[in-house]
Design a protein. Sequence first.
Length: 318
Amino acid sequence: MKKQIFRPLTSLSILALVALACGLNLPAAQPVSGPTQVPVEIIYTAAAETLAAQLTQNAPPELPPTATLPAEQQPPQEEEPLMPTFTFTPLFSETPTVTETLPFTPTPTQPTISAQQNTNCRKGPGPIYERVGSLNIGQTALVYGRNSTSTWWYIENPNRPGSYCWVWGGSTTVSGATLDLPVYTPPPPPATATTTLPASGVAFELTFVGKHKCSGDWYAYFSVKNNGSKAIESVAIKITDLTTNTILSSTSYDNPFLSGTGKCPPGNDSLDAGKSAYIAGFIGNVAANHQLKAGITLCTEEGLGGKCEFKAVKFAAP
């Protein structure tokens, strides 16, 4: 008897626990007249159905495929990085302005002359002409012409503006384009010039011209004009460097006369009266702008014989 009563009570206890867990609303207990046995399978099935119903009620509503989630439920979107905006600025104008450049036209300048030492300004290119002025150290003047050998320059007289005279190139320096200067024909020498001679009867004009290289050595060239009544047959030349006080050369020739400054000694053996020629003296590699002095002796006979005349000329080493 005790065994039969225990089983119904145990079954009812299990059923009550399941109902409490699943929230089942069980009908109020009816008084029973006697123990009733409920099959276990029925109890488990009822509990499972009750649990499934509750899960269905508490599940979130199912959204249709095309539905859009509310804004608060949408996942955050990553913002795309902003691309920098560049504004293209051309370096050059598409239509550059071209400025026409006129061709360069050089402005010719009048050559000028200055004196290395106080120099006479004469009516003609030679010492036989009358002195009419001077070009002194520190003075400059405009050059308007030259003689055929470019050894005398035709300038405006520094002492008499508006008048012109000749100065010797050996004691002056010219700056500018002298090759474009006209060659002027000097006036005839005064009548007394041919009659007033040294006691020797030998007279000549002497002018430094320039330099030329012969056999690798430099020579100074001088223009000589025979203003005497006799032919000149021999020459002695001594050249001194006044800057260093040294003798550069000392020699004599019986055939010294050259037809041009591009010729090298020896040359012709005589210079007739009234004629001009060139003579040359050795200077070597003397430094430019050194002050030099040439002492020149011309004689009427060979071997420095006969009648002789001496002249000296100072010039700057070219």
